[in-house]
Structure formats: structure tokens, C-alpha cells
Design a protein around this ligand. Structure first.
Ligand code: PRP
Length: 212
């Protein structure tokens, strides 16, 4: 039997994602321990688990280096790869929003070529240019996005808001909501054909526990 490889996003989703597979009966407890290992094997059920940066999960699944991935809808929208989105999961819930200082409320429409700091240039461009017909200047950042409007790097940001704590502690507010985000179970298109039965069996178990 061939191994089925699962790509899990390191970071905020990883604990919950690992928990899915433990509850589904796979042997991946080793991943919950403090370790620098990046690949784990369940010899009994013939599964491999790899830990990758969240934004790289769609890449691994698209190329077939992983058959399955657990990743946020934000990353899927941004990476825009052609994967099977098999299941919406009930965790990783947050919103993609335009945020800024409170005095920006109601002013966005009146600013030309608004500067938008974000980790999500594609989502930001699509929202402003396609949906609102507004040209923007993207300032690509990799983290601590909320800092940008505070130091004058940008007028607004496009980022995920979960608890709202980061915004609150930095005196920012949601100006506009773009879309809802949650974790997704994605599958490589060829794997879906080749390993349909094993993938669907796993998906059914996951659905019982974490289906949205
Ligand atoms: C994310 C996001 C916000 C924050 C939102 O950052 O970019 O900064 O979480 O969560 P909250 O509404 O619950 O405060 P992350 O923690 O992934 O770190 P980063 O700044 O390195 O991107």
C-alpha cells in the first residue's frame, strides 16, 4: 500500500489539525511533542505527515508532494491553486477585513490610490479593484501588519481578524468586511482519483468530528 501524505500548516492551525488525525485514529501523536522534525510516519495506516509553512500547503498539494492538506481559506484564496476543496472545517474561523484607524471610517472611497499593507496582495487587489473599482497600491508585508497604519506606512491593512484583540490593542478598527474564513480539507486532483476510497473514508471520519 502506498503512503498518503498529509500537509499540515505550522502555526495557529497546527494543533487543531493534528488533533483531527489523532481523533480519526491515525498515529501521529509524535507531532504534538516539542520537536524540530518536519516529517512523521504512521507505519500502521501508511500515512505520512509533513509540517510546512501555511502559505506553502497549497503548493505541496498542487504538485502532489502531499495528497491532502489542512489549510485556511485565506491561504487558498491567496494562492489560487486548482485543488479539490473537499470539506469546510469548524475551526480557524475568522474574517478577512479592511482595517485602519477609526477616523478612516467612511473615507476610503475618497482616497485615490490608497496604500494597503497586507500579507494577502491577491485578495486585497481583487476586493478593491474588481469589487469596488478602486485602484490601490499594495505594500506587501510578512507579519505584524497592524503596525503599518500606525507608523504611516499605509492608510489601511487587509488582514484576518479572529478575536479582534490585535486591532484593539493597537487602536485600529474594522472598516470593511471582505469574507468569512475557516480551515479547509483540500485534496490533490490526481490523488482524489487514485486514492479515492482511502481519502473518502478519512474525510468521513473528519467530517463527523470537525465538519462545519
Ligand atoms: C494574525 C493576523 C492578525 C492577528 C489577528 O497574525 O495577521 O495580526 O493574527 O488575530 P486576533 O484578531 O485574534 O488578534 P499572526 O498571529 O498569524 O501573526 P503575524 O503578525 O506574524 O502575521
Amino acid at each position: 500500500m502506498r503512503y498518503i501524505t498529509v500537509a499540515l500548516a505550522k502555526g495557529r492551525l497546527s494543533k487543531l489539525a493534528i488533533d483531527i488525525f489523532i481523533k480519526a485514529g491515525l498515529q501521529c501523536e509524535e507531532m504534538t511533542k516539542e520537536t524540530r522534525k518536519l516529517i512523521f510516519t504512521d507505519e500502521v495506516n501508511k500515512f505520512k505527515f509533513i509540517l510546512v509553512k501555511a502559505s506553502d500547503v497549497p503548493t505541496y498539494v498542487d504538485y502532489g508532494a502531499a495528497d491532502i492538506g489542512i489549510v485556511g481559506k485565506d491561504t487558498l484564496l491567496e494562492e489560487g491553486r486548482n485543488l479539490y476543496e473537499l470539506l469546510t472545517l469548524s475551526f480557524g474561523n475568522c474574517k478577512m477585513c479592511v482595517c485602519g484607524l477609526p477616523q478612516m471610517k467612511g473615507r476610503l472611497e475618497h482616497i485615490n490610490n490608497i496604500r494597503v499593507a497586507t500579507k494577502y496582495p491577491k485578495i486585497a487587489k481583487e476586493y478593491f479593484e474588481m469589487q469596488k473599482g478602486q485602484t490601490i497600491e499594495i505594500i506587501k508585508l510578512h507579519g505584524s501588519i497592524e503596525l503599518a497604519p500606525l507608523v504611516g506606512l499605509s492608510e489601511v491593512i487587509v488582514d484576518i481578524v479572529e478575536s479582534g484583540q490585535t486591532l484593539k490593542e493597537n487602536g485600529l478598527t474594522v472598516l470593511e468586511e471582505i469574507c468569512d474564513i475557516s480551515a479547509r480539507f483540500v485534496v490533490n486532483r490526481v490523488s482524489m482519483k487514485m486514492e479515492r476510497q482511502r481519502i473518502e473514508t478519512l474525510m468521513e471520519k473528519v467530517k463527523e468530528i470537525y465538519g462545519a
